[in-house]
Design a protein around this ligand. Structure first.
Ligand code: SF4
Length: 94
């Protein structure tokens, strides 16, 4: 688990990406697929957070710019930017 300061910084970075994407959400099907993968993941916690990045997954999974914190990611962003920002620094954290 990351420290609080890193989590706050990563949230700010993720929010910036989300804003640059027009605050667009994934489709209902994409959201369901992401949450299905998270809830069956060993890193998913009782608080509905990711144990790797500390992100609240019901929030993070809605954003098109989000990407799974695992390496390799179990799901990727859907904003047409490929795996940009994937996992090397967890800068996609929410
Ligand atoms: S973001 Fe990835 S690593 Fe984290 S709980 Fe979801 S599937 Fe697991």
């Amino acid at each position: 688990m990351k420290g609080l300061a890193k989590m706050v910084w990563d949230f700010a970075e993720a929010l910036k990406k989300h804003g640059n994407d027009g605050f667009k959400a994934v489709t209902v099907a994409q959201y369901a697929d992401r949450m299905s993968k998270c809830t069956s993941c060993e890193h998913f916690t009782e608080r509905q957070s990711c144990g790797l990045c500390g992100c609240r997954m019901p929030v993070k999974a809605r954003w098109r710019t989000s990407i799974c914190a695992d390496n390799p990611p179990r799901w990727v962003n859907t904003n047409g930017k490929g795996k940009e920002g994937a996992n090397t620094d967890s800068s996609d954290g929410v």
